[in-house]
Design a protein around this ligand. Structure first.
Ligand SMILES: [Fe+2]
Length: 129
């Protein structure tokens, strides 16, 4: 499958594109549809991510406090055990995420796609934590 057919300007809904899935981790590309809110959800394990394009507003609950973040291209972050957040893309946006372990629940509001490509380039794009 050609990635140019996955990343499209006219999105119907947010796409969650699995680039790699192994026993202990997965690497996922999100193509966020502007204005499509991801419901507040909890994280377990580790999620490391980088925003590649667009703009995403994040509301995060951590340590009993609410944090409002604007995530712009180049932003590198993580979220993990005991933290919850919601994401609202202001523009169509792209971000890359590394999860360990592999998430078991999939958001029903998104389109889920499995794409097999070489991960040599994608692993270099992830922040080193
Ligand atoms: Fe999340």
């Amino acid at each position: 499958m050609n990635i140019s057919k996955i990343i499209e300007p006219q999105l119907q809904k947010t796409k969650r594109i699995i680039i790699e899935e192994a026993k202990d981790h997965s690497i996922v590309l999100f193509h966020w549809k502007a204005g499509q809110r991801v419901p507040m959800h909890a994280h377990s394990g580790t999620c490391i991510f980088k925003v590649l394009s667009g703009e995403i507003n994040e509301t995060r609950i951590a340590n009993n406090k609410i944090h409002f973040n604007t995530l712009l291209p180049g932003f590198e972050g993580s979220i993990g055990d005991g933290q919850c957040h919601t994401m609202i893309p202001v523009k169509n946006s792209i971000s890359m995420h590394y999860y360990s372990p592999v998430p078991k629940k999939l958001c029903p509001s998104m389109e889920h796609i499995k794409l097999e490509i070489s991960t040599t380039i994608t692993k270099r794009m992830l922040p080193k934590n």
